[in-house]
Design a protein around this ligand. Structure first.
Ligand SMILES: [Zn+2]
Ligand SMILES: [Zn+2]
Length: 334
């Protein structure tokens, strides 16, 4: 089979590799679509990957199953969460579908390939009527991260949500929050991504290169600030801006990964009763609700702006790395 090799320094190529073999409890999927994720760009631009690749959002057809597999069958069309819980009945987290809280969770990658191996517990069956490029998003972190975040933003007192950083995760937050009826303010530095946010339902866009994002959000909210701010850029400045732009007793949700950031307990939390929470990935137990959102009308397909066949993967990465796209997907021949 053919698979992507990341050579580092923004170089990559398609190479031949042995077909994967499923271990006990594992399955092999013949890929139909895999999606690029912002979290892969560090590997792409940096050292690359010695073995496998950073692809971790994939869907396709089950073609081989390992010993003891009972949850999926050969021929079934499924998407795969990159994080698999152990699935054992004695595991509290897995019993409740909370796969990323499983103490024995495993990560499966290398999904930018004609075939990939994963655990049966990571497989989420796709019903007829779900297009492949939607299927890869609703069974993976493409929609999973914004959906899991939406559960943190569930309060009825949250009416205005500001999203900082409009990569695919930020755009997914814009789409879901607008669909749920919130007034969405979208902040980024690039006009192309601000335009995508408008297409996905943002009511106000702020180019932080041209104006002060905190002041603009205050001006749009009668001087109060947004009810909630989502940090999806993963840089210190936007994390700090989230606390300045959120209203008294508001909520900040961290999506963007980053190390230490300077915040003041007094100014950013205590004196304004502000709360902040993290939100990581999604649980496989949340998939039925994500599927239903799509079936009810959430415009998931609008998140995908580019599709390339595997052999044009360099163009796909170059387009994605330019930070002007929504979700970029790779397709695989019949
Ligand atoms: Zn991802
Ligand atoms: Zn478990």
């Amino acid at each position: 089979m053919r698979t992507l090799k990341l050579d580092g320094q923004s170089k990559c190529q398609v190479i031949e590799a042995a077909d994967p073999v499923p271990g006990p409890g594992q399955v092999v999927i013949r890929t139909r679509v895999s999606a690029l994720c912002g979290s892969e760009l560090g590997t792409f631009r940096g050292a690359g990957a010695a073995t496998g690749n950073s692809g971790h959002e994939g869907m396709g057809t089950v073609i081989r199953i390992g010993e003891g597999v009972t949850r999926v069958q050969v021929g079934q069309r499924v998407g795969a969460s990159a994080i698999a819980g152990c699935g054992r009945p004695e595991c509290d987290a897995c019993r409740q579908g909370q796969s990323t809280w499983c103490p024995s969770l495993r990560y499966f990658g290398s999904m930018h390939a004609e075939q990939f191996v994963t655990a049966e517990t990571a497989c989420l069956p796709l019903p007829v009527g779900v297009p492949d490029e939607v299927g890869v998003l609703i069974t993976g972190d493409g929609l999973g991260v914004p959906y899991h975040t939406s559960l943190k933003l569930a309060g009825a007192d949250i009416r205005t949500v500001a999203v900082f950083g409009l990569g695919p995760i930020g755009l997914g937050n814009v789409m879901i929050q607008a669909y749920l009826g919130r007034t969405v303010i979208a902040v980024d530095l690039l006009p192309e991504r601000l335009a995508l946010a408008t297409r996905l339902g943002a009511h106000l866009t702020i180019n932080a290169k041209e104006q002060d994002a905190v002041q603009a959000i205050k001006a749009a909210t009668d001087g109060k600030g947004a009810d909630a701010c989502v940090e999806a850029a993963g840089v210190p400045q936007t994390a700090q801006q989230c606390f300045k732009a959120v209203r008294t007793a508001g909520l900040v949700v961290f999506n963007g990964e980053q190390p230490a950031v300077t915040l003041s307990p007094s100014d950013d939390f205590i004196r304004r009763d502000v709360r902040a929470v993290g939100s990581w990935f999604f649980h496989v137990g949340e998939y039925p609700a994500m599927l239903k959102l799509f079936q009810d009308g959430l415009p998931v397909a609008k998140l995908v702006t580019h599709a390339f066949p595997l052999e044009r993967v360099r163009e796909a990465y170059d387009a994605f790395a330019a930070s002007t796209t929504g979700k970029v997907v790779l397709t695989y021949g019949a």
